[in-house]
Design a protein around this ligand. Structure first.
Ligand code: ZN
Length: 106
């Protein structure tokens, strides 16, 4: 196992895990439960980490991470109209409050 990325949020970690999976890179999220659930006081603030099963995948994983951190133009995050959290383009439901992120729809 080798660490490939420290995500800013568990949401980011899950998105990146999906991207790595699509590339055929086996990876796991560590610290996935460290931030607590919605409405709970986090027991310990630790950022989720992406760890690769195979160190040989690291260079490919880095490219996936770079693409993830610099999304193509037009893939602007959508700001939730209810709670103000940013949601990645394509998310139809706010990850934070479950409100629809479709503009004009509350
Ligand atoms: Zn929201």
């Amino acid at each position: 196992m080798i660490k490939a990325y420290t995500a800013a949020s568990l949401q980011d970690a899950h998105i990146l895990l999906g991207l790595l999976c699509a590339e055929g890179i086996a990876a796991h999220i560590l610290n996935a439960n460290a931030q607590g659930g919605l409405g709970e006081i986090p027991f310990m603030h630790a950022y989720p980490e992406i760890w690769l099963v195979h160190p040989r995948d690291l260079s490919r994983a880095r490219r996936v991470v770079e693409a993830f951190e610099r999304p193509p133009a037009g893939a602007e995050p959508m700001r939730c109209a209810r709670c103000g959290e940013d949601n990645p383009a394509g998310f139809e439901i706010c990850w934070s409050c479950q409100a629809p992120t479709v503009p004009g729809c509350r």
